[in-house]
Design a protein around this ligand. Structure first.
Ligand code: ATP
Ligand code: MG
Length: 477
């Protein structure tokens, strides 16, 4: 193994800020049951890092010395997944607490040409488990028995210094799993950390290895760069370390040709980050924001070529997004949404009163189009009067279709539906009334108004296939 044997640092309860009140109650339940059954049980990985930084963790992972079958025996709601290395998924409703037995990197005999084979994991000690992780700040443990933080990899010091450092030689670690390079960029941008010198050098040396990584994993990581309101710094690092040029050369070339750091592309990503609905935005909207400046450039080219200056925008959008479909196998629904958003933009140029606004409200991507148009206008410092009119009309329409209020016993409140003074009577029973469809909205949204059809999975926009059909839809949308 290439790791030096060094001692762990233990930070006692009174010397760190992790409180059990900030840990998910179901994760605590799993930790306690493992500990009370005589096993070591630690909170591990990103959750410890985020809790120490005072951030809300996205998920809570657990490490233990209990073997997968022993974990299964303790929890009826446990499912074992994975073939080579079995992980326990302990399920609480829609929540999954991932619980894994401590494991280690394969040792030198198992490696080929100095590159470790990560698939061949075997059980190990907590120290070995910490050292197989990617970055020091991701290698910390929180012990439920003593409430102490255990650090085998120097993560506590790096957290204080806000440095992202690879565990072990980054040249080896990045070659063994090139997706770690994308994770490095993601964490540095999201946490506002600096990459240490070794990581920066390794990134510049091995960036092209990203092309050897599995496409669905890469696609997933690309879309993760958009999260946590940090897409602008994340894509800047992505571009700076040439990963963007490897994966999305058309975007890299555009940035280089339009001023690098000063490229107009950054303002669209900054506006996306500043959007109050950022967490609810779909990958269709994100894709449209990233490719919008390229779309504008292509549009100008096509318009100058066309004798009447009139160009089919849907065609231009398809042309611009074609390389993305090819390289990352992005799900078709995401691409079609992004194409539709660029195409329908012109509808917002007129007041909804003038342009048969009610029909447009029922476009399956209307809600996303509204969000996208607001992001574009904010980036360009445009006038938001018309977009506010559209928003008001949409809100009104959604309110009109809201389900009737429910009584405490869960039954619909009949009285609430009775006509009030001055309101028209309902049509008599038996007479058929044409039902109006509800405006579509994004089902991934936390917005209570947004309980309608998922615009990304059922998108009737009439666009033809972009180039050869992507071989795989990987669910990274
Ligand atoms: P997030 O907040 O995005 O979930 P995270 O650090 O929890 O960040 P996960 O992808 O959930 O990231 O992974 C959980 C932990 O597993 C990481 O903190 C890290 O310790 C380890 N890990 C994940 N991916 C790798 C990898 N490619 N190589 C080594 N360790 C990894
Ligand atoms: Mg996580």
């Amino acid at each position: 193994m290439f790791f030096k044997r060094d001692k762990s640092v233990t930070r006692e309860r009174n010397a760190h800020c992790i409180s059990r009140s900030n840990i998910d109650p179901d994760a605590l339940r799993v930790l306690y049951r493992l500990a009370n059954s005589g096993y070591t049980a630690y909170l591990v990985g990103g959750s410890v890092r985020d809790l120490l930084l005072g951030r809300q963790p996205k998920d809570f992972d657990i490490g233990t010395d209990a073997r997968p079958n022993e974990i299964r025996r303790l929890f009826r709601n446990c499912f074992l997944i994975g073939r080579r290395f079995r992980l326990a998924h302990i399920v609480f409703g829609r929540k999954v607490i991932e619980t894994s037995t401590f494991r280690r990197q394969p040792d030198a005999r198992e490696s080929e040409n100095g590159i470790y084979q990560t698939e061949d994991n075997t059980f190990g000690t907590p120290e070995e488990d910490a050292k197989r992780r990617d970055f020091t700040v991701n290698g910390l443990f929180y012990d439920i028995k003593t409430f102490a933080v255990i650090d085998y990899v120097g993560g506590l010091k790096d957290l204080e210094k806000k440095v992202l450092r690879s565990i072990g030689d980054p040249c080896i670690r990045f070659r063994e799993d090139p997706v770690r390079m994308m994770r490095a960029v993601k964490f540095a941008a999201r946490l506002g950390f600096t990459l240490d010198r070794a990581c920066r050098k390794a990134l510049l040396k091995h960036h092209a290895d990203i092309l050897n990584a599995s496409i669905p994993r890469v696609c997933e990581e690309v879309y993760r760069l958009f999260t946590y309101n940090a897409s602008c710094p994340a894509f800047k690092l992505f571009w700076e370390f040439k990963l963007l040029g490897d994966l999305l050369p058309e975007v890299g070339t555009y940035i280089d040709a339009t001023g690098g750091e000063k490229s107009p592309l950054w303002k669209y990503l900054a506006s996306l980050d500043a959007d109050p609905q950022n967490a609810d935005l779909t990958n269709g909207v994100r894709t449209a924001c990233l490719y919008y400046p390229l779309f504008l450039e292509q549009l100008r080219k096509e318009e100058s070529r066309s004798p009447h200056g009139r160009v089919n925008k849907q065609h231009v959008a398809r042309l611009v997004l074609h390389p993305l479909a090819q390289s990352l196998h992005v799900p078709k629904a995401t691409l079609f949404t992004a194409i539709a958003l660029m195409d329908v933009q012109r509808r917002f140029a007129e007041s909804p009163q003038k342009s048969r606004g009610h029909r447009f409200l029922y476009h399956p991507a209307f809600r996303e189009a509204l969000a996208f148009q607001r992001i574009v206008l904010t980036a360009e410092g445009g006038d938001t009067t018309l977009i506010n009119e559209w928003q008001a009309l949409y809100d009104e329409e959604v309110a009109r279709h809201a389900p009737p209020p429910r009584r405490d016993d869960g039954q619909p409140d009949e009285e609430a539906n009775e006509p009030r003074d001055g309101e028209e009577d309902q049509p008599p029973r038996g007479r058929r009334r044409r039902r109006r469809r509800k405006p579509h909205s994004d089902s991934t949204s936390a917005d209570p108004k947004a309980q309608h059809r998922d615009a990304r999975t059922d998108n009737p926009v009439t666009v033809t296939e972009i180039g050869p059909e992507p071989v795989r839809t990987d669910g990274c949308d």
